[in-house]
Write a protein that binds this ligand. Sequence first.
Ligand code: KE4
Length: 420
Amino acid sequence: MGKSEALFERAKKVLPGGVNSPVRAFNAVGGAPRFIASAEREFMTDADGKTYLDYVGSWGPMLLGHRDPAVEAAVLEAVRGGLSFGAATEREVEMAELMCRMVPGLEMVRMVNSGTEAVMSALRLARGATGRDKIIKFTGCYHGHSDGMLVKAGSGLLTNGTPDSSGVTAGAAADTLLAEYNDLASVRARFEAEPGAVAAVIVEPVAANMGVVPPEPGFLEGLRALCDEFGALLIFDEVITGFRLAPGGAVERFGVRPDLTVFGKIIGGGMPVGAYGGSRSLMEHVSPVGPVYQAGTLSGNPVAMAAGLAMLWQLEGNRALYEGIEAKAARLAAGLREAIPGVTVNQIGSLLCVFFTEGPVRTYADARRSDTARYGRYFRHMLDRGIYLAPAQFEAMFLGACHTDEDVDRTIEAAKAFRG
Ligand code: KE4
């Protein structure tokens, strides 16, 4: 028995499913999860000393690769000044200023500790600012695990085949209305069924938790128009796309302005950080200025802010970096499309997904037709060749600045050998 298998047996005695987040358990792909001991650039090394080419990148934060030198130096320097004060610090101000400089239209942000917390807070703000209760979300989109968002959600819920969670009360779920991604008529129908009741529409500008499904031309613009028509707020959940699709995220890439934006992952550089933001007038509904309460012991933590600043300083205005990563992602997508029969590969920016179904995959229903068992065989085939993919069909591949052309070639060659 290898060390990962032994660790997994130990872990299952004291952690539900042996993990601290369900998708890590490899339930969808079989076998014991790899227990990672260290990582460097685009590689991770497991407890048995085996090294993998990593396309998960901690589910998005590692746009600059593991142990980016500037991020690591900034964290080590910050640690020497103390870990947490529960008081205001200069780094939080710098981080907020930098985010507002990078994201078009962003005037004010509040730092929190995870994407879930950022979404939960943004929804409370939307309800508080509009005096309305209902939220429209899209089937297959995942916005973290706050109660109202665990309704037909994506990511691990899709992987486990339970798009809804037990423990969410009917009351909590009742305020969540469901529409279909890339289907504006379904959104209009929800608005018309609940006149004057919808506080906000929350959307992943690129759906990346049903696999990767980009917005059809006009979809985001249509959501903006519907929200304006019905007096609701538009919330972009950019926990994955933020600072990944462009220095200014999806807002910059698609040119559609939400009222609120949610951030996570990259802004922490691997440390636990989330944030939500928007116009000053909207954000000043938030405590202590306004009546919408939200708080956090470790929000704006100085070490986490140091990591986030060191990440974003390298991304600001760095178009060459994004162009380089996206060129590799496009080449990888084309190579995988050719290498594996019967798949659809969606790719946008540095995000891609191999769906084990004939295409196109433009909706949640399309994605659900994927042969998840075949994906599991593909995952294990690639893992055996030292290539670490998302251990579930309904996730994304995350490319970063450290992935090389040789990595791309190696991945395509490994995929060509897949006969499952
Ligand atoms: P966290 O609470 O996990 O930091 O963020 C929740 C979240 C919110 N919004 C979007 C668009 C997200 O993708 C996420 C979390 N993403 C998953 C991966 N699909 C995190 C991985 C996991 O759950 O272990």
